[in-house]
Design a protein around this ligand. Structure first.
Ligand code: NAI
Length: 346
């Protein structure tokens, strides 16, 4: 195996703890990686006066792949989100968030196995806000034909690659007839190219939220614009036991950045109790992207072995008394114990 050059963005809050854990697990899975450590987020802003310094952007462009811890974005004031800028600058247009019940961690919601595919570059996240008069603010929702077709194509291709049967477009086209209507029409149009192999359906975003809680097993691949995707993926994470379990990846034509759904968890940062599983599973997705499906499977199986059989190692958010470090060590040992190569399965 030749070494891959990968940018490491530790991030803020619990970022360094959980991203560091993921890095250790990658080593346990025998992934040979030359890490390029760069700054991003609040720490970068304080150090360089820029939450996304140009040298960080250049390093990701150069390496094509990054593993990223969460970054802090001040609420209602301060610097523009480093995440939003990163996704726009690198055209990381597709955010993929697989949400699957973790073995041994049963919840009241039964067997969940859905994938959220979120458009990452436009909608209300375009950041076009204006105070048009005192006490009156407009926030512009940008939806383009090009971006809708691109994310729809991505969702169907993802479904094809991963053997998924249905793509469901999520919208509010009854109210936002033009913006969400365009999103829905593009998705429907693209679905025509997959007729007979991948089913297509659509659902209003509010109804989806109810159905996700009552019948989550019915959903397969969900296709959403930016804001709905952000909100719905936190809901989906709750269905499988919380934000500490849900991984993600951001994909563009030239680069990919892997990160958990969760944020910097300021309430537990520095205490050594953050759950590293979401970051570790994000790192597994990165292995798959880098062409190592064996490492992807070994890591997933290692995590499953621990969540099934080693409850005391789990962090407090999962009802255990373990620490980030003890859970990481348990997962590393379980990953090392998994068979490599073709013998590995999911
Ligand atoms: P959050 O995800 O950081 O925390 C929400 C709740 O989940 C907290 O109670 C936290 O303790 C818990 N939690 C999250 N991850 C956990 C983990 N790995 N293990 C155990 N518990 C965990 O969301 P919040 O509080 O809304 O945002 C905090 C900061 O994170 C904000 O500055 C926000 O902008 C940023 N953020 C960054 C993201 C990113 O970089 N991709 C994504 C979401 C939020």
């Amino acid at each position: 195996m030749s070494a891959h050059r990968v940018v490491f963005l530790a991030g803020d809050g619990i970022g360094p703890e959980v991203a560091g854990a993921a890095r250790e697990v990658l080593a346990a899975a025998n992934m040979e990686i030359d890490w390029v450590d760069m700054d991003l987020g609040l720490g970068a802003f304080e150090k360089h006066g820029d939450a996304l310094p140009p040298q960080t952007l250049e390093a990701i462009k150069d390496c094509s792949v990054a593993l990223k811890g969460p970054t802090t974005t001040p609420i209602g004031t301060g610097h523009v989100s480093a995440n939003v800028r990163l996704r726009k600058e690198l055209e990381l247009f597709a955010n993929v968030r697989p949400v699957k019940t973790v073995p041994g961690l049963e919840t009241p919601y039964g067997a969940v196995d859905m994938v959220i595919i979120r458009e990452n570059t436009e909608s209300l996240y375009a950041g076009l806000e204006n105070e048009v008069a005192p006490g009156v603010v407009t926030s512009i929702k940008v939806i383009t034909d090009r971006a809708c077709r691109r994310i729809s194509r991505f969702a169907f291709e993802y479904a094809r690659q991963w053997g998924r049967g249905e793509v469901t477009a999520v919208h509010k086209a009854n109210i936002m007839k033009l913006a969400d209507g365009l999103f829905l029409n593009c998705a429907r149009d693209v679905s025509g190219d997959y007729e007979g192999s991948i089913a297509f359906s659509d659902v209003l975003v509010d109804a989806l939220c109810m159905h996700m809680v009552t019948t989550p097993e019915k959903f397969d691949v969900l296709l959403l614009e930016n804001l709905y995707g952000d909100i719905v993926s936190d809901l989906a994470a709750g269905l499988i036991g919380g934000l500490g379990l849900a991984p993600g990846g951001n994909y563009g034509e030239n680069c990919a950045v892997f990160e958990a759904i969760h944020g910097t968890a300021p309430d537990i940062a520095g205490q050594g109790v953050a759950n590293p599983i979401a970051m570790i599973l994000s790192a597994a997705m990165m292995c798959h992207h880098l062409g190592h499906p064996d490492a992807y499977k070994r890591i997933r199986r290692g995590v499953a072995a621990v969540t099934r059989e080693n409850k005391t190692a789990l962090t407090p958010d999962l009802g255990g008394s373990g620490t980030t470090e003890s859970l990481t060590k348990a997962i590393m040992a379980a990953v090392e114990a998994q068979p490599a190569g073709a013998a590995a399965g999911e």
